[in-house]
Design a protein around this ligand. Structure first.
Ligand code: NDP
Length: 250
């Protein structure tokens, strides 16, 4: 259903981003894989390209570096005949009491989760509006992976992480209204607890879900399926927001 389209996925070197890239590729999209760890991106590109019709390329960039991310996105557009689908997924964070927090850690979170989304979106917008106007599909997609933390009332230790995710939600809604006339759909996907390096590496992560009793948490493929559903709607349908929780998450 996405044959002939080109997508960019930030944070494609692991977790949700890697799953989204594979799912878009399975639908026929060419995928530009953007993150800092080139070895991971190259390995994923090889996996995708080994499949029939697979088209993937790695682009090494830090989303917090505006020039680097613009260069990568422009290169992806040149290599892939434009950009029809932009997925802002790169992100991360730490949780903990504000009174003992490391200020530099807060700034890092803002740099990736918010400034990174702004950098990548600013670079992608001209390509998306061009694709919507000139490609046969007649529509383009800007999807940002926010979080349940951007949707519900923040919990105490989610302080800056929640702030960044609420911010990208507000940014996306403003863009949604502005871009409607350009036929660029701005959508937000808000995962609950997903099993990825973010939630299993032990880097100060404190899950806000009650521990499930057997149904299990979300897997990256569950979020990838939501993203694919969002971007494969007919061009007159804009699915603006998807909140995806594990069944047992409160
Ligand atoms: P992972 O840690 O598995 O993946 C994070 C990805 O972001 C990696 O590919 C990493 O690549 C990339 N990344 C981080 N910093 C940068 C940077 N400065 N520049 C470029 N890429 C960067 O975590 P998830 O897959 O869980 O997270 C993906 C998104 O999903 C995030 O936005 C997260 O906030 C959101 N999310 C996750 C939830 C969960 O429960 N897991 C729940 C709700 C939302 P590299 O290090 O190679 O640069």
């Amino acid at each position: 259903m996405l044959i002939g389209t080109s997508a960019v996925v930030t944070g494609a070197s692991s977790g949700i981003g890697a799953a989204v890239a594979q799912a878009l590729a399975a639908e026929g999209a060419g995928v530009a894989l953007l993150a800092r760890r080139r070895d991971r991106l190259t390995s994923l590109a090889d996996t995708i390209n080994a499949r029939a019709g697979g088209r993937a390329r790695p682009y090494e960039a830090d989303v917090a570096d505006a020039d680097a991310v613009r260069a990568a996105i422009d290169a992806a557009a040149a290599d892939g005949d434009g950009i029809d689908i932009m997925i802002n997924n790169a992100g991360g964070g730490t949780w903990g009491p504000a009174v003992t927090a490391d200020l530099a850690g807060w700034h890092d979170m803002v740099e990736v989760n918010l400034t990174g989304v702004l950098n990548a979106t600013h670079a992608a917008l001209p390509h998306l509006t061009h694709a919507a106007a000139h490609h046969d599909r007649g529509v383009a997609d800007l999807v940002t992976i926010s979080s349940i933390a951007g949707r519900k009332v923040p919990s105490p230790h989610s302080n800056v992480y929640s702030a960044t995710k609420h911010a990208v939600g507000a940014f996306t809604e403003a863009l949604r209204q502005e871009l409607a006339e350009h036929h660029v759909r701005a959508g937000l996907v808000e995962p609950g607890l997903v099993v990825t390096e973010l939630t299993t590496s032990g880097r100060d992560y404190v899950p806000d879900a009650t521990n499930p009793t057997g149904y299990g948490l979300l897997q990256p493929d569950d979020i990838a399926a939501a993203v694919v559903f969002m971007v494969t709607r007919p061009r007159h349908v804009a699915l603006n927001e998807m909140l995806v929780r594990p069944t047992e998450q409160t």
